[in-house]
Ligand binder design. Structure first.
Ligand SMILES: Cc1cc2nc3c(=O)[nH]c(=O)nc-3n(C[C@H](O)[C@H](O)[C@H](O)COP(=O)(O)O)c2cc1C
Length: 389
């Protein structure tokens, strides 16, 4: 199978196409899919395209600024790498590679609870602190140990995911029998073996299971399905009280992820959040809910003067970042954009994804006649309007 050379890659869509070729179907589908009919997954991307920009000429745009302060720390771009589970199945040691690429580029990386490489394994391979994402587990002692491990690893920021009290229904994962370790049908096994580049990256590492859970959850080495495990451990009883308890225990910054309306945003601020991530989990949870971009203005209006507000879901271009910044997002988180890069080319692919977003954002800023990404507002929109649902 011939894979395009990385220097011929010009967009995130190009990276997606290479990832589709390079990855076994089970893991490509895992990334490129949403819940149910995928209506929300598609709506996330479509919402960006609805916003038309106002081209502006005759302005000196030579000195342009893309860097942003995120929770008091300088980031080269208004971009954070979202927590993505099982990155180590997109490419061997995927979490380590993505964390290193983010560190070298100068943007934060968020390690998922459901990572293949553990907190300690990532910590051992990077110089600077990374962020940690927490799912609330029924086993609160395990949860407390996870928080201690993240603190010990020097993670400055905890991203607490609230939109997974139950796991979304994802038909493609059901079709493919996604399990950890994977439950191979003959077809799946044949498909895995056909993808030699991916296969080699996986056999070259010993990390092939949930790194943070090894030795913590009983029988985790058994080939039980991901769905069965999550049904047992993800906690549907989580309330704002739980958030307050976590806030009391966690000494670092706290971002609450999965906020899609003003009421929840106010609750999160009340519970002590330092930042709010407007997110519908990339369309992987509630199929039929609105695009995250459509929820952004409501949340910014409600709490934007009290806390930093970020957005994720559907960001595929630097132009999308400009649109989100203009609507009041302090930064965007990106999930699939870098996951495709990782699946396509490993660490170099993550760097490529970030540099594509950087070039496109810089370019769009200049062509809108603007020089500072932090001073954008809706005046860059062609008619000043944007989608509300
Ligand atoms: C394959 C995949 C796995 C994900 N795993 C997690 C996870 O472990 N924890 C979490 O909070 N969010 C997870 N998410 C959601 C992302 O953090 C983020 O909200 C979403 O990807 C943003 O949408 P985008 O992919 O369109 O950028 C996952 C998303 C994808 C695509």
């Amino acid at each position: 199978m011939s894979i395009a050379k990385i220097d011929t890659i010009g967009s995130i869509e190009d990276l997606r196409r290479v990832a589709e070729k390079r990855l076994p179907k089970i893991f490509y589908d895992y990334a490129d899919s949403g819940a149910g009919t995928e209506s929300t997954y598609k709506a996330n991307e479509a919402a960006f395209a609805q916003i038309k920009l106002r081209q502006k000429v005759g302005v000196n745009v030579e000195a342009r600024k893309l860097s942003t302060q995120i929770l008091g720390a300088e980031s080269k771009l208004p971009v954070v790498l979202s927590p993505v589970g099982l990155l180590g199945m997109q490419h061997g040691d995927g979490e380590i590679l993505a964390a290193q690429a983010a560190e070298e580029f100068g943007v934060p990386f968020t390690l998922s609870t459901m990572s293949i490489c553990s907190i300690e394994e990532v910590k051992a391979k990077v110089k600077n602190p990374f962020w940690f994402q927490l799912y609330v587990m029924r086993d609160r002692e395990f949860l407390a140990r996870l928080l201690d491990r993240a603190e010990k690893a020097g993670c400055p920021t905890l991203v607490l995911t609230m939109d997974l009290p139950v796991m979304g229904v994802r038909p493609k994962d059901v079709n493919n029998g996604l399990a950890v370790p994977p439950r191979f049908s003959v077809c799946t096994a044949a498909n895995l073996l056909r993808h030699y580049g991916w296969w080699r990256s996986i056999v070259e590492t010993s990390r092939r299971s949930f790194g943070n859970l090894k030795g913590e959850i009983k029988n985790i080495s058994d080939p039980r399905s991901l769905a069965a495990w999550t049904a047992e451990q993800f906690d549907p009883t989580v309330t704002w009280e739980t958030v307050k308890q976590i806030r009391d225990k966690w000494k670092g910054k706290l971002i609450v992820k999965g906020i899609m309306n003003a009421d929840d945003a106010a609750q999160a601020v009340n519970a002590g959040a330092d930042g709010i991530l407007v997110s519908n989990h990339g369309g992987r949870q509630l199929d039929g809910t609105i695009a995250s971009l459509a929820a952004l203005p409501e949340v910014v209006k409600a709490v934007g003067d009290k806390t930093e507000v970020y957005l994720d879901g559907g960001v595929r271009t630097g132009v999308d970042i400009l649109r989100a910044k203009a609507l009041g997002a302090k930064a965007v988180f990106v999930g699939r954009a870098y996951t495709y890069g990782l699946g396509a080319y490993g660490k170099d692919g993550v760097t490529k994804a970030l540099s594509i977003l950087q070039t496109e954002l810089d370019n769009a800023l200049a062509l809108c006649g603007k020089t500072d990404v932090n001073e954008l507002n809706t005046s860059v929109f062609y008619d000043g309007t944007y989608p509300t649902a």
